[in-house]
Write a protein that binds this ligand. Structure first.
Ligand code: SF4
Length: 433
């Protein structure tokens, strides 16, 4: 049974927060937000609220709630930048002292902010003289190395030693790698400050979430979330990506010639694609980006030839049954690219496509795609009715149309049976969905 239905707990939080504001000088806006947050904890609704960046009133009820270790499942606060994460952590520490709580706050940042032991070791072999690298190398066995502690490190060095999408699960260092161990611990953390990118990645994983369900999700600077969600569903396929994939698979199964035919098909297709885009550029558009109808109509047969060629390659490698995880991963990737080609020429395409030719980059040609049903996908991310969700921003809300636009931009209006409460401006009147 949900604790939030129990009158005593709810009343207790209201009373404690009220008494906090009696004793401490905070502005009215913080107080309004604090009480709205208690409503969202209780009702598991969606609260969309305009607030200034420095209104931290929402932290006060969350910190009081953290005293109830059994029933409060914690909070997940997502922010748009690393600076905001740090500011929030500082604010939580300050308020925790005032309120008399001590909670372990986890800051979850993207992998590019940390050093990978394996890559560091490799890079260090040819850069023994570098003092900073030596310093990192001495520390890395005992602590996670965060970029913020090395503000002067060059971009070139950093991009050679940071975590860059390696498959950590099969890495030989993973039992000792502090980054990997820390990341694994996120799924049990109760008080988390994460970035929007990580929030979206976690919500997209239905069964294997990075963060556990909290009692309240707060999305600060929420107007930038729409773009993050869109980007997370976009993809691209270049000639180089397909060729590398085929070469890697052929190398792993020990038959380098196996991919020769499909590599030819890839070359032919991308050559034709480049020619069509160049023709379009010269004849009418003066733009190296071409939209899907023109290309797909012109190259429908060629897309089919490439699709068949990749399918035949996939069939031929089935003979090489493998339990090798890298090969399984690459085969899945190949299948996903081929699904995109199939979708492109299918009648009910799920994606919107665009095609690019970059004349100054050795003729790089790429296929880019994004989901047509992005609003439905976005609404699925927030349909979980087990916890409340609060979206705040200082920019989105000026009048009712801005609220409407914001709510629609995330597909929140498509979620059934969840009340959406909108706060015009702090201290102003509330309206309901
Ligand atoms: S576990 Fe991942 S981050 Fe750690 S050393 Fe291995 S590849 Fe790098």
């Amino acid at each position: 049974m949900s604790i939030w239905k129990e009158e005593s707990f709810e009343d207790k939080i209201y009373d404690e927060v009220e008494s906090f504001f009696d004793k401490n000088i905070y502005n009215e806006n913080d107080e309004t937000l604090a009480f709205d947050i208690i409503d969202s904890l209780r009702d598991k609704n969606i609260l969309v609220v305009e607030k200034d960046d420095n209104n931290y009133g929402y932290l006060i009820p969350l910190l009081y709630a953290s005293k109830d270790k059994d029933n409060f499942k914690g909070f997940l606060i997502s922010t748009a930048s690393l600076n905001l994460q740090e500011q929030l952590k500082t604010e939580i520490e300050k308020l925790s002292i005032l309120i008399g709580v001590d909670i372990p706050v986890t800051i979850a940042k993207g992998h590019v902010n940390y050093v990978c032991m394996k890559r560091l070791e490799k890079y260090l072999r040819s850069h023994q003289e570098n003092v900073t690298l030596k310093d990192i190398s001495e520390k890395i066995e005992n602590e996670m190395i965060d970029k913020k502690d090395y503000p002067n490190i060059s971009k070139e060095i950093w991009t050679n030693i940071n975590v860059n999408g390696e498959n950590c699960r099969k890495c030989l260092y993973n039992r000792e790698c502090k980054y990997y161990l820390n990341r694994k611990s996120w799924s049990n953390a109760k008080y988390v400050l994460c970035t929007h990118d990580l929030l979206v990645s976690s919500l997209k994983r239905k069964d294997d979430k990075m963060f556990k369900d909290p009692s309240l999700l707060v999305v600060d600077e929420a107007s930038s979330l729409e773009e993050k969600i869109k980007i997370s569903y976009q993809g691209s396929i270049t000639k180089k990506m397909l060729e590398s994939l085929i070469n890697e698979i052929s190398y792993i199964i020990g038959n380098k010639e196996l991919g020769d035919d499909v590599i030819n098909s890839i070359n032919n297709f991308y050559q034709k694609l480049a020619n069509v885009i160049k023709n379009e550029y010269e004849n009418n558009r003066k733009d190296y980006k071409t939209d899907s109808e023109v290309i797909i109509d012109t190259l429908k047969d060629d897309i089919l030839v490439l699709f068949n060629s990749l399918s035949n390659f996939s069939k031929s490698i089935k003979l090489y049954q493998s339990t090798y995880s890298e090969l399984i991963y690459l085969i899945r990737k190949l299948k996903s690219y081929n699904n995109v080609l199939y979708d492109m020429i299918g009648k009910r395409s799920k994606h919107r496509y665009s095609f690019y030719f970059q004349p100054n980059s050795k003729g790089l040609v790429s296929i880019k795609y994004e989901r047509k049903d992005i609003l439905e996908l976005s609404s699925f991310l927030f349909e979980n009715k087990k916890y409340g969700k609060v979206f705040t921003d200082s920019n989105i809300i000026v009048d009712n149309d801005d609220y409407k636009h914001f709510i629609e931009s995330l597909g929140l209006d498509k979620i059934d049976d969840i009340e959406i409460v909108k706060e015009y401006s702090l201290g102003g009147s509330k309206i309901k969905k």
